[in-house]
Ligand binder design. Structure first.
Ligand code: SIN
Length: 331
């Protein structure tokens, strides 16, 4: 009798254990983070850090899957995919939000910021933080800015004065401001995805492009571009975004922890950006593959003079107050 009771209890315990797993273990929330750059870049490093922090703190509850190098989505598709729920996070360059908001065109205005300190001051100001919300009405949530750095001009021929760029084809990101910037020097801008730039340069389908030291180095553009003009003429920074639907659907405690991990990862990524803008520039110099052209003050003044009228063209869409506030951060 006693044996019968104990084996019944044992049988119950075994079946309870068998059923306990599927009933109580909730599936983890999966965050697919898609980006287009290499892993050894500010954005690549930030995304990996975010993954590590989330898994360390929310292990089992949230899983982050990072897809670098346009493996999952290229830059022209990722935001559409996000709104469809096929990816949960990305950090496109600020130039790639034009279809979602005109306000962020601000960041593409040539010669707006004198250095990254001015960019940081503006982005952390009330006006800069408010710009993160400019994508809300399109179903996106701006979670924070991430730096990459100032852009340089690379080319198959030396570019010292604006006339040197005339009639040359330059790849640009999908931004009308950037198109206007190159048209201002009588060049031909072509909007092309980041994943195609190396081949376009290698096959000489285009003459040049603009990018940061980190992107020029990590995507090997310097191997197929004999000249890089250190122009610092524009900014390439990112906005980390998610969809409203995904973000609002997260339980509050998880949302708080995910945001804290992201803020920490962004801080880390900004440190990487700082360091790479110096180190990757030096690696390009050391490679001997590209000549770095330094502009004299007079040469630089010529680029400013022909490109700055672009501001006026976009003033109505962006807002004069915003342009003044951003420019004011240089002081
Ligand atoms: C990126 O840094 O995300 C890509 C920039 C580009 O498209 O040039």
């Amino acid at each position: 009798m006693f044996r019968k009771v104990t084996s019944a209890i044992a049988a119950f315990a075994i079946s309870a254990a068998l059923f306990a797993g599927p009933v109580f273990a909730a599936d983890p929330i999966v965050i697919k983070f898609s980006h287009v750059v290499a892993e050894n870049t500010p954005k690549g490093q930030m995304a990996n850090k975010f993954k590590d922090l989330v898994e360390e703190r929310l292990g089992g509850k949230v899983v982050v899957e990072v897809f670098p190098n346009s493996q999952l989505f290229g830059d022209n598709k990722v935001l559409e995919a996000m709104l469809l729920g096929d990816v949960q996070m990305a950090a496109p360059s600020l130039s790639k939000f034009e279809r979602y908001t005109k306000s962020l065109q601000l960041y593409d205005l040539p010669f707006l910021f004198k250095d990254m300190e001015a960019v940081e001051r503006f982005q952390q100001s009330e006006a800069g933080q408010k710009l993160l919300d400019s994508v809300n009405r399109r179903g996106l949530v701006g979670l924070g800015y991430l730096h990459n750095g100032m852009k340089q001009l690379s080319s198959s021929d030396p570019l010292r004065v604006p006339e040197d760029a005339a009639r040359k084809k330059f790849r640009i990101m999908s931004s009308d401001v950037l198109a206007a910037q190159f048209e201002a020097v009588d060049a031909v801008p072509l909007k092309k995805p980041f994943s195609e730039v190396f081949t376009l340069l290698q096959t000489k389908a285009i003459d040049g492009q603009e990018n940061t030291w980190s992107n020029i180095y990590s995507k090997k553009f310097f191997e197929v571009q004999p000249y890089i003009t250190e122009s610092n003429h524009g900014l390439l920074d990112y906005m980390v975004v998610t969809s409203k639907e995904f973000w609002m659907g997260l339980p509050d405690d998880i949302k708080t922890d995910v945001k804290a991990a992201l803020d920490e990862a962004i801080k880390f990524g900004n440190g990487v950006a700082n360091q790479k803008s110096v180190a990757d520039r030096q690696k390009i110099i050391d490679s001997g593959r590209s000549e770095i052209i330094q502009l004299s003050d007079a040469e630089r003044a010529q680029w400013v003079e022909v490109m700055k009228p672009v501001w006026k063209k976009f003033e109505k869409d962006i807002g004069k107050d915003l342009i003044d506030a951003a420019y004011g951060s240089n002081m």
